[in-house]
Design a binder for this molecule. Structure first.
Ligand code: NAD
Ligand code: LMR
Length: 339
């Protein structure tokens, strides 16, 4: 009889591992939900000094989980140790937004973290390192990290808009009564912020154009503009208001699915990832903006074939303008490196 073949172990560095999203992520990573049931993992938990006890406790609980795929857990507050040999980096650690704050308020507070970590990734991570930024403002933090890592191919720096993608799918499922797995072709464009554009114009529900299915429910373009888009785009703030804290388990889930699809592939479906622009759809090259992507062989590819209405073009342009402004703001603050 044959024993199932195991792949090489993958080193996964999780920053902010003692925080809420970190805690909601690492056990599922250890259980194989991110990289697959045949891939052993070595976890590195990177924290700041105040978070070390929390991370140590999390490491103890990971041991107590006796996860068959988990080969080791290391806790550190030194980025050069934390990213040493990292194949996957989940950059979660940063200050979350609280009630009344906009993501822009976080630019300065969190920007400094990502320059230091980008440099450490550049100098210590494995050659195949893949970076997914969760900490806000995620797109611009990814831009900062990438700018300090000139030796790492730019396309390895990504930011999370998968949570927005899932939120859009969830709202479309609620509105149409369709099962989530029968919804395809939703796209998030732009920034992980209230300016994002959740796009239903190429979506299908049970194999039919989403717009036709919505129309049968009496939901027209005004529902998209006045209900769907604002609900998805402001969901982060709504969760903060209702729950009393920013989203955690849904964010952790999205981060895992982002990396899972990137490494294991999407098949024919597409998903949304914030990735360095190749200049398509009018997004300035190098900005980290959300696009529709397919993944296979460990690579993502932006889908280039969409024709956009003026409505969609304007929506994308608005969010991209915000990203350009964020880039300008962090450049002014001296947070961008030399790439
Ligand atoms: P949290 O405050 O519970 O945890 C953050 C952790 O990061 C803390 O333990 C802190 O000690 C640690 N940390 C801070 N600076 C660090 C550094 N330089 N290196 C390593 N660790 C560091 O916050 P949370 O609820 O887990 O949220 C984390 C981030 O994720 C926030 O920025 C939040 O806004 C963001 N977020 C993003 C999305 C998304 O979809 N992109 C969704 C939800 C939350
Ligand atoms: C979210 O989308 O839930 C997070 O980015 C938290 C926030 O500040 O909105």
């Amino acid at each position: 009889s044959m024993t199932p073949s195991k792949k090489n172990p993958v080193t996964v560095t999780v920053t902010g591992a003692a925080g809420q999203i970190g805690y909601a992520s690492v056990f599922r990573v250890a259980a194989g939900e991110m990289l697959g049931a045949d891939t052993p993992v070595r976890l590195r938990l990177l924290e700041i000094p105040q978070g070390l006890n929390g991370a140590e406790g999390t490491a103890m609980e990971l041991t107590d989980g006796a996860f068959p795929l988990l080969q080791s857990v290391e806790v550190t507050d030194d980025p050069t140790v934390g990213f040493d040999g990292a194949n996957v980096a989940l950059l979660i650690g940063s200050r979350p937004r609280t009630k009344g704050m906009e993501r822009a308020d976080l630019l300065e507070a969190n920007g400094g973290i990502f320059s230091v970590q980008g440099k450490a990734i550049n100098d210590y991570a494995a050659d195949d390192v893949r970076v997914a930024v969760v900490g806000n403002p995620a797109n611009t933090n990814a831009l900062i990290a990438a700018s300090h890592a000139p030796d790492v191919p730019l396309e390895r720096f990504t930011a999370l808009t998968r949570l927005d993608h899932h939120r859009a799918v969830g709202q479309l499922a609620l509105a149409t009564g369709a099962a989530v797995q029968n919804i395809e072709g939703v796209t998030i464009w732009g920034n992980h912020s209230a300016s994002q554009y959740p796009d239903l114009f190429h979506a299908t529900v049970d194999g039919r154009a989403a717009l036709d299915v919505l129309a049968e429910k009496g939901l027209d373009q005004s529902w998209i503009e006045e209900t769907f888009i604002p609900t998805v785009a402001n969901r982060g703030a709504e969760i903060i208001a209702v729950r009393g804290g920013s989203s955690v388990a849904s964010a952790a889930h999205a981060a895992l699915m982002h990396v899972r699809d990137w490494t294991l592939g999407t098949g024919e479906r597409w998903t949304s990832m914030a990735v360095p622009s190749d200049g398509s759809y009018g997004v300035p090259e190098g900005l980290i903006s959300s696009f529709p992507v397919r993944c296979s062989g460990g690579k993502y590819e932006i889908i280039h074939s969409f024709e956009h209405s003026d409505f969609s073009r304007n929506k994308i342009a608005t969010s991209v303008t915000e990203l350009v402004d964020e880039r300008e703001a962090v450049a002014q603050l001296g947070l961008l490196g030399q790439r």
